[in-house]
Write a protein that binds this ligand. Structure first.
Ligand code: BMA
Length: 328
């Protein structure tokens, strides 16, 4: 496994001065780690579904995970709803928790992709809502799969998602996972699976990749973020864990508008790497940036929402033209 060495963020991306934009102190119920949110604009305001690993920040204890809802008029200052959401009576066996939501507005409703830990493996699901209270569960994959993101419109008459299966057996028991794509006539049945981007394609990854935020449409192609992971045994002990040797960075790629299985552009370096103290040094797992939301504003500003150190939720901005220049 080649070690990767030092990595830094591209200067096209500016971290918001108010970072973190959401953390445990903003949540009116038991909360410890607030991170890996899905964010979109819906019915005239910004909406965020965030992951809450509750327990005690002081004691470094975690007791469980739920999902919370926050809304905002500017995408920066958020108000959290009084109760967690998505408390589903699951029609499937042995669910432990839903986490790492991603939001896409499609055909007037919000589609939430989520990871689902079960005693029979990790599964990825998609649920539709128009009020964040009632959810239609459209699909839950076979294990093991995680990190699905849905495109915001049908392509060639089909719904399309990027996803990240875990082929452990065929990869020698190693964590070495890639980004895939599949499509569906109805959000329920998924097929036509194709490999999009593999670990060996990315020179700042040596472990695994995963889709980040749902893609945004630009005239040049679908612009999308992914997370890239490199492991270095020298990292050893940091955060709350004795053996956290990974680093999560953010990659940027452009997919063909009509055939999004085709990568037509990619920035060779990370767009973002843990540089800020709240990404690199502080919190549960240090050296983690995990993007889950990307919003293109009318003036070309792109808002990037990401979990930092699996502890807080942050915002960075860039201009869409600068991002396109990096990938073309
Ligand atoms: C991944 C997921 C994410 C998490 C990341 C870094 O495997 O579990 O939820 O943010 O690791 O710990």
């Amino acid at each position: 496994m080649p070690l990767i060495g030092e990595l830094h963020s591209n200067s096209a991306v500016i971290r918001h001065p108010d970072n973190p934009i959401l953390s445990a102190k903003d949540v009116p119920y038991n909360a410890a780690l607030i991170f890996n949110a899905g964010v979109t604009k819906y019915q005239g305001r910004y909406v965020m579904v965030f992951r809450n690993d509750y327990g005690s920040l002081e004691k470094h204890e975690l007791h469980g995970t739920n999902l919370g809802l926050a809304t905002s008029d500017d995408g920066v200052r958020w108000t959290v709803e009084p109760e967690p959401i998505f408390q589903i009576d699951w029609p499937i066996r042995a669910v432990q928790r839903a986490y790492d939501p991603r939001l896409t507005v499609i055909e007037g409703r919000v589609a939430m992709c989520f990871a689902l830990d079960t005693f029979h493996g990790v599964r990825v699901g998609i649920a539709l809502t128009d009020n964040f209270a009632h959810w239609d569960i459209m699909t839950v994959s076979a294990p093991d799969n995680r990190n699905a993101v849905l495109f915001p419109e049908k392509i060639g008459g089909k719904y399309v998602r990027l996803e990240r299966p875990f082929p452990v057996y065929s990869r020698g028991g190693q964590e070495r996972f890639d980004i895939w794509i599949s499509d569906s006539p109805d959000l329920k049945y998924w097929g036509n699976n194709q490999l999009v981007l593999a670990v060996e394609d990315v020179n700042f990854a040596n472990t695994k990749l995963g889709p980040g935020a749902p893609p945004i449409r630009t005239p040049k192609g679908w612009l999308t973020l992914f997370h890239a992971v490199d492991t270095d045994p020298a990292r050893g002990k940091n955060g709350w864990e004795d053996q956290w040797q990974k680093r999560y960075t953010v990659g940027l790629m452009l997919l063909d508008l009509e055939n999004p299985a085709r990568v037509i552009g990619r920035y060779a370096e990370p767009l973002m790497a843990p540089d800020a103290p709240y990404e690199r040094d502080e919190g549960f797992r240090t050296n983690v940036i995990f993007p889950g939301g990307m919003i293109l504003e009318n003036d070309g500003e792109v808002k990037i929402y990401y979990g930092a150190a699996d502890t807080v939720e942050c915002l960075a901005t860039a201009h869409v033209e600068d991002l396109l220049r990096l990938v073309i």
